[in-house]
Design a protein around this ligand. Sequence first.
Ligand code: 5GP
Ligand code: MN
Length: 340
Amino acid sequence: MPTSEISAEPTEPVVAANSSFSAIAAALRSAQTVVVLSHVRPDGDAFGSQLALALSLRALGKDVTVWSEEGLLDKYSFMPGGELLTPPPAEAQTFDLAVALDTAVPNRLGVAADAVRADTWINIDHHPTNPRYGDLVYIDSTAPATGQILFELLHDQQLPIDAAIAENLFVAISTDTGSFQYPNTTARTFEIGAELLKCGVDVGRVSQLLYESYPRRRVELLRELLGTMRFQADGRVASFSLSLAVASRLGVLPEDNEGLIDHLRAVQGVVVAVFFEELLEGKVRVSMRSKSEAADVAAICQRFGGGGHKLAAGARVRGTLAEVEQRVLEAICDVVNCNS
Ligand code: 5GP
Ligand code: MN
């Protein structure tokens, strides 16, 4: 027998088992004070998951706290229970239970994590790069949104799902699937969408609030970004960038640029789209999207200290805008040229 067949070395990476939904539900039911957290630069899945779980726990009579570094963002102010979202206080607070949702690594919890003292941490997420921090962990990288995992948890464990909770879950799933379009959208995602509509979600109203209510500032920002657009690797790589100077001239808020990268991804022939955003303190936020599993942008972002999913990932990279653009675009062009 060849030695390779008797080798004790596992050929597949060992994947730790998830905690059961019943164990997670038992922890939720037995706690009285719960803090619900998500990642910095929150998106619809972050807020939607936080608010859905918070409202479900409140319906069970729990004392629920929901923290997010910048509080509720304007564009999500229609979300039911949005007023629960507050910035964390400077003084640490003690809870029976802390829940981290949609947060690939603990440091993406931001300053909120420093304000939490809790005996037990639950970590529910769909990022494959999640290092499984916490006491009870449920990571499903096949789920297109953390909101989808939460629906399964609430539904399976008969935790409350009313119209307000359903609307938050719908926002979470709709935004992370690009309105049920990205390849991670499954038959189950549509079934859950149908269930949420049966719970009372008005899909036309919510979609209009999400996708047809942008401030004019955002379109002015898009005009500037398109002015910096460039294509490389025979049109397979597209990028644009935002300097601090332009951001301050237009008065843009960080949330204004969410989703603008989709304009690059939507171009025929583009495989990888990249958005560079100059930040204070000599760093650049890099946001990447891919249209092909062969161009794994999470792997590229991990090389720069970031992470995410194969088709959507990001990193914060030290350097000037021009330096980071050059280094990152070189890394992407290597991958795109090698894999195509
Ligand atoms: P976005 O481009 O929308 O900011 O992020 C896309 C995906 O990449 C999200 O799933 C997000 O969690 C992940 N991501 C973005 N920035 C970072 C980062 O700095 N570090 C890690 N680990 N993941 C990131
Ligand atoms: Mn998500």
